[in-house]
Design a protein. Structure first.
Length: 107
């Protein structure tokens, strides 16, 4: 068996709270790829245009959060959207700001 990422089991799952897995798993390609897919969905369903192409990006208090947030911002930027870095904040606060301003959000 080769040592590439396709051969390494992953606990990553997508559920009602988003992408979940071991703390180190979302960092890297998964964070970028899932955010890129999210951005394309936002563009396709009109949510991006409705928000002026802005997407809120929140962070948890985990050590990996700044790196994951940078990857999310890069994926949004590459998609032609405008990431708005909200820093570390509780998930309900990010959801509140998203609903209040009509912006999609990722964390």
């Amino acid at each position: 068996m080769s040592e590439n990422s396709a051969d390494i089991p992953s606990s990553l799952k997508f559920g009602t709270s988003g992408l979940r897995g071991l703390v180190v798993e979302p960092n890297g390609v998964p964070a970028f790829a899932y955010t890129r897919a999210f951005a394309e969905m936002l563009k396709e369903d009109g949510s991006a245009a409705a928000s002026g192409n802005k997407v809120l990006v929140g962070q948890e208090l985990r050590e990996s959060s700044p790196s994951i947030a940078r990857l999310c911002c890069a994926a949004l930027h590459e998609s032609g959207l405008i990431p708005v870095d909200c820093g570390a904040l509780p998930k309900p606060a990010l959801a509140h700001h998203g609903m209040r301003f009509g912006f999609p959000a990722v964390r």
